[in-house]
Design a binder for this molecule. Structure first.
Ligand code: AMP
Length: 587
C-alpha cells in the first residue's frame, strides 16, 4: 500500500471532528486493507508503531528532525529554524521545504506504508553510541522519498505528534463497520429508526469487539481476527502472556449487607491492600509486570520477579495481585503515596528496593499453562492460586481472606483488616467469571466512609494548564472556640470541569472572585464565606495545618453556602471526635 493512500486518510480524518464521519473514513479504509496491512494501518492512525502498552515509543527530539529535514531537503538549518519559528509546526516546515526541493529533483521511489512502518520501528530499537546518526539517516531516508504532504505526516509521526483524533471508541466502531457492514448498516443508516433487534445485534457486536480489545489491548489483533475469521474469530481472541490485559475493576458499597445482597451469600472477603495493582506475567524465563494503567514496570521491581520465581509454582501464568509497601523497620504497611515513587523511578532501583520494599498479595489468576481462565468461576481460580503459591510474608503471599455469609463475622474481619493497616475489604462473588476492564460488581470494595464535614474556604490557588482560568484548589478550615478558623486541608477534586455537569470549578471561581482579599502568585486569600461539604477517607494528625489534623483524599460533595453560615460549620471538636471514633474502628 502506498503511503500516499494512508496520508489521504489522515487528511480526511483531520478534516472533521465528527465521530461518525471519522468512523466512516476509517472503516472504509480498513475494509480495503489486506490482512497484512491491518497492523501498520491501525497503529499508524494512532501515531504509533507498537501498541500503547509496549514501552517502545518513537519519541525523537525536535532538533534531530530539524537535521533530517535539512539533510533531505538541502535547506540550511537556520532556514528551517526560521520557518519553524514562524509557523510553529515542524510538520508544515518539512512539507514546504520538501515540496520546493522535489520540484527540482523528482527522482526517488514512492513511499510505501511498509517502508514508513519499518523505518519507524527500527528507530525505536536504536540505543547507544552511533544511534543518533542511524536515527537521522532513517528519518532523512523517509523524508527524501516523501512527496510534500507526506513529509508533514512523517514528521508528525516521528515527533509523536500525529493527532488525527482516532480514540478507542472510533477504532472499535470502525472495526464493526469495516468487517460487519450489514449489521452496522442496519443501525447506522436508519437514522435512529432501526429495529430493537438490529440495535441489539449491533451492540452485541460492539461488546464482542470491546471484549476482544480488553483481553489484548491491541486493536490490530482484534481487527485482523474480525477480518479473517468474523465473529467466531472475535470469540477466539485469547489472552497472550506478555500482553497486558485490562484488569477487573471494583464497585463501592457502604454496608456489608449491601455487598452480600449483591454478590450472594457466602462471599469471599479479602483484605483491601492500599498499594497498586500489579499484573504478573511469566512465560518460562520471561517476566512482565504491568500496572493497572498497563505500564510495563518490570525493570522497576526486580525483586518481584525473584519472588515469583521463588514463591509461585508453574512457569506460564498471569496473576492478578496488589503490591503494597511496608516500613522495613516496623514491617507495618504504609499508604500507597509513600511508595508511589517506585513506579516511575528508572534509577537507584536497588536502593529503593531496600528503602521502600513491597509485598505482593496474589488474589486472582487470569491464565495458566496456556489456558485462559477468565470464564472459570472465581472460587476455582482462587483454589488454583492457593495450590500455586508458597507464601513468604513480606515478599509474596496470598491475600488474607475468609469466606462467610455472616454480616457480623465480616464486620469483625473488616475491623481486623483495618487494624492490620489495610483499607478495608474487597467482597467478591464466588461464582463470577473474570471480566477484564469492567466494573461489573463481581468485586466490591468496602471501606466505610467517614461522616462528611462542612468546611469553609479560606484561601485558594489558581490552577495550571487547562485549569489556569479557575481557582482550582481550596484551603479549607473548621471552626474553633470563639469563631477562630483553623485550616485542615486542601481539596481539588470532586468538582466538574463543565458547568452543565454539576457543581464546577468555574462556579466556585465565580463565587470566590468577589471575596479575594490578597493575592500572592497563584495563591489568594479569600473572605471565609463559601462552605463546602467534603468527603474524605481518613482524618490524620498532621503538623501541616494549624488545626493539627489533615483529611486524607478529600473531595467536594456539594456547595452548602446557601444552607449554612460560617458559624454552622464543623468544629475542631467534631474533627477530634471523628478522629477518636476512627481510632476505635481501627483497633
Ligand atoms: P479502588 O482503587 O478504590 O477502586 O479499589 C480497587 C482496587 O483495590 C483494585 O484495583 C486493586 O488495585 C486494589 N486491591 C487491594 N486489595 C485487593 C484484593 N484483595 N482484591 C482485589 N483488589 C484489591
Amino acid at each position: 500500500m502506498k503511503y500516499s493512500e494512508l496520508v489521504a486518510l489522515y487528511e480526511q480524518l483531520d478534516s472533521t471532528s465528527k465521530r461518525l464521519e471519522k468512523t466512516r473514513f476509517l472503516s472504509e479504509f480498513l475494509r480495503k486493507a489486506s490482512a497484512e496491512e491491518i497492523e501498520p494501518v491501525i497503529l499508524l492512525v494512532q501515531g504509533r508503531v507498537f501498541p500503547a502498552y509496549d514501552e517502545r515509543e518513537i519519541g525523537v527530539a525536535n532538533q534531530l528532525v530539524v537535521k533530517a529535514i535539512s539533510l533531505a531537503s538541502g535547506s540550511p538549518l537556520a532556514a528551517i529554524e526560521r520557518e519553524w519559528a514562524r509557523s510553529g509546526d515542524l510538520g508544515k516546515v518539512a512539507e514546504l521545504l520538501i515540496r520546493t526541493k522535489r520540484q527540482a529533483t523528482l527522482s526517488s521511489t514512492e513511499l510505501t506504508v511498509k517502508k514508513v512502518f519499518d523505518n519507524l520501528r527500527r528507530l525505536t530499537d536504536l540505543t547507544g553510541s552511533g544511534s543518533v546518526d542511524r536515527k537521522l539517516q532513517l528519518i532523512a531516508e523517509l523524508l527524501s522519498s516523501a512527496r510534500g504532504v507526506e513529509a508533514r505526516y512523517v514528521t508528525r509521526t516521528v515527533l509523536g505528534q500525529l493527532r488525527v483524533g482516532t480514540g478507542a471508541g472510533i477504532l472499535r466502531d470502525s472495526i464493526a463497520w469495516a468487517y460487519f457492514p450489514k449489521v452496522a448498516a442496519e443501525v447506522m443508516e436508519q437514522d435512529g429508526k432501526a429495529t430493537a433487534e438490529a440495535r441489539e445485534e449491533y451492540n452485541e457486536l460492539l461488546a464482542k469487539i470491546q471484549a476482544a480489545y480488553d483481553l489484548t489491548n491491541d486493536f490490530a489483533v482484534v481487527a485482523r481476527k474480525a477480518k479473517t475469521e468474523g465473529v467466531v474469530g472475535l470469540d477466539k481472541v485469547e489472552v497472550k502472556i506478555g500482553n497486558p490485559i485490562k484488569v477487573m475493576l471494583a464497585l463501592k458499597v457502604d454496608t456489608v449487607k449491601e455487598a452480600l445482597d449483591a454478590v450472594g451469600r457466602p462471599a469471599q472477603c479479602e483484605y483491601k491492600y492500599d498499594g497498586f495493582r500489579l499484573e504478573c506475567h511469566r512465560n518460562g524465563n520471561d517476566f512482565w509486570l504491568y500496572t493497572r494503567r498497563l505500564e510495563n514496570v518490570t525493570a522497576q521491581f526486580p525483586e518481584v520477579v525473584d519472588y515469583l520465581k521463588k514463591c509461585v509454582k508453574g512457569d506460564r501464568y498471569i496473576l492478578d495481585t496488589e503490591a503494597v509497601g511496608y516500613d522495613p523497620k516496623t514491617r507495618k504497611y504504609v499508604p500507597f503515596q509513600d511508595i508511589s515513587q517506585r513506579i516511575k523511578r528508572k534509577y537507584d532501583i536497588e536502593r529503593l528496593m531496600m528503602e521502600l520494599p513491597v509485598e505482593v498479595n496474589v488474589f486472582d489468576i487470569i491464565s495458566h499453562d496456556g489456558k485462559n481462565l477468565t470464564a472459570e468461576p472465581f472460587h476455582k481460580r482462587r483454589l488454583l492460586v492457593e495450590s500455586m503459591v508458597r507464601p513468604e510474608p513480606g515478599n509474596l503471599k496470598i491475600s488474607t481472606s475468609i469466606v462467610s455469609a455472616s454480616e457480623s463475622e465480616i464486620e469483625k474481619f473488616f475491623r481486623k483488616a483495618k487494624a492490620d493497616g489495610t483499607e478495608g475489604l474487597m467482597i467478591k462473588k464466588l461464582d463470577a467469571p473474570y471480566q477484564p476492564g469492567a466494573r461489573v460488581g463481581y468485586m466490591l470494595k468496602y471501606k466505610k466512609v467517614m461522616e462528611n464535614l462542612d468546611l469553609v474556604i479560606v484561601a485558594a490557588e489558581w490552577g495550571e494548564g487547562k485549569r489556569a482560568k479557575w481557582l482550582s484548589s481550596y484551603y479549607l478550615a473548621c471552626r474553633h472556640d470563639g469563631g477562630k478558623l483553623l485550616e485542615i486541608g486542601k481539596v481539588s477534586t470532586g468538582l466538574k470541569e463543565k458547568r452543565e455537569e454539576g457543581f464546577s470549578f468555574d462556579e466556585v471561581t465565580e463565587l470566590l472572585r468577589p471575596l479575594i482579599q490578597e493575592q500572592e502568585g497563584r495563591y489568594v486569600k479569600v473572605k471565609p464565606k463559601i462552605i463546602l461539604e467534603v468527603a474524605y477517607e481518613e482524618i490524620q494528625k498532621s503538623p501541616t495545618y494549624e488545626s493539627g489534623y489533615a483529611l486524607r483524599f478529600p473531595r467536594v460533595i456539594r456547595n452548602r453556602t446557601d444552607e449554612k453560615g460560617v458559624d454552622d460549620i464543623n468544629t475542631l471538636e467534631d474533627v477530634e471526635g471523628l478522629y477518636q471514633q476512627q481510632k476505635k474502628t481501627k483497633g
